[in-house]
Write a protein of this length. Structure first.
Length: 341
């Protein structure tokens, strides 16, 4: 009889567990401020996603804390990522938002990466990434054939070696052999767009959703044209724009695009917490994050801003990160040569 009573008591405790944790976290977050640190400059796609999400996330965190967005650009997000890992307190009040490119840079042993991706806590991502390559009218490139047959290297924008537009453009150059000169040093895609508009660059490759939202007038007028997609399948918005993967001529080039672009782009918009953040707070923020991405008011605002929402749960990101550290050493060496040399 005593065993049966203990069994029922255990069931009651387990059943109340999530409610108790939620109540505890609600008391913790009440009257607190949560900072989302964006690793790019103001006006880019990461910044837009973060600010849109911040307006709705607080409703879904117990205790309804204040949420603010701060920009910490530099190194293609590396400054922010290192800050989250080494400086930010693991108390669930500081969230990092940066690109998953940086996780591959750790695999490639790039100098300056001061974090271990396997120890970060992952809240989730609002969507994957669909890469498009676009060029200004002034560049004279209106089709992928124009790029492939250019008589001089075409100037394309990048941030830092191995990250963001730089990674994508380097992989495409290696896999397709198009004449390309990559100009790095820009703080974010907003700065890259301005450089294309001013004639400093011919074009750039980055997320179509960000491009569509922030470059809409130039795309609609034809001042900027999309000539190539670096994704596994065509985007509904771009049914007649060719896929890079369909232009490769050998198996190694195909693998380069699949590993160097497609796989990493599932990790593109990471929301992270410092290692050692209490598990209860990690789970609280994961639940709140997914709930916010299903919130009708958030979805209406995202649609108006032309932001795609296709949530990637934190648990899925953990599995993808683990797979990155199991890549074939020969392919890692090849990618290291392409991205970092």
């Amino acid at each position: 009889m005593k065993k049966r009573a203990r069994w029922w008591m255990l069931m009651i405790v387990l059943g109340l567990g999530p409610w108790v944790v939620g109540a505890q976290e609600g008391e913790f977050y009440r009257d607190k401020t949560v900072r989302i640190i964006v690793g790019t400059s103001v006006g880019g796609g990461f910044d837009l996603y973060a600010r849109t999400l911040a307006r709705h996330l607080t409703k879904h965190i117990p205790g309804r804390p204040t949420i603010i967005v701060e920009n910490m650009s530099g190194g293609g997000g590396l400054v922010a990522a290192n800050h989250i890992y080494r400086v930010a307190k693991p108390d669930g009040l500081t969230v990092g938002h940066f690109t998953g490119d940086l996780l591959m840079l750790q695999v490639l042993e790039r100098p300056g990466v001061d974090f271990d991706a396997r120890r970060l806590e992952y809240i989730g991502g609002p969507s994957g990434q669909h890469i498009a390559c676009a060029f200004s009218r002034a560049s004279g490139i209106r089709t992928v054939s124009d790029w492939a047959s250019a008589h001089a290297p075409v100037k394309m924008g990048g941030l830092v070696p191995g990250s963001g537009p730089d990674r994508i453009t380097r992989v495409l150059k290696a896999a397709l052999g198009f004449p390309t000169q990559i100009v790095i040093g820009y703080k974010g895609t907003a700065d890259v767009r301005l450089a294309v508009d001013s004639g400093e660059l011919a074009g750039a490759c980055f997320n179509w959703v960000s491009m569509r939202a922030a470059w809409s007038s130039a795309l609609e007028s034809g001042d900027v044209a999309v000539v190539l997609q670096a994704a596994a399948k065509r985007h509904p918005d771009l049914p007649n724009v060719p896929l890079a993967i369909d232009l490769v001529k050998d198996a190694e080039s195909r693998q380069l695009i699949e590993l160097g672009i497609h796989r990493i782009d599932a990790l593109v918009r990471l929301y992270t917490l410092p290692p050692g953040t209490p598990k209860g707070r990690v789970q609280t923020l994961r639940r709140a994050f997914l709930a916010a991405l299903r919130d009708p008011e958030f979805l209406a605002e995202a649609e108006k801003a032309k932001l795609e929402v296709d949530p990637v749960p934190g648990e899925d990101i953990e599995r993808i990160v683990a797979d990155l550290f199991r890549l074939d050493p020969a392919m890692v060496a090849k990618l290291k040569t392409i991205l970092l040399d």
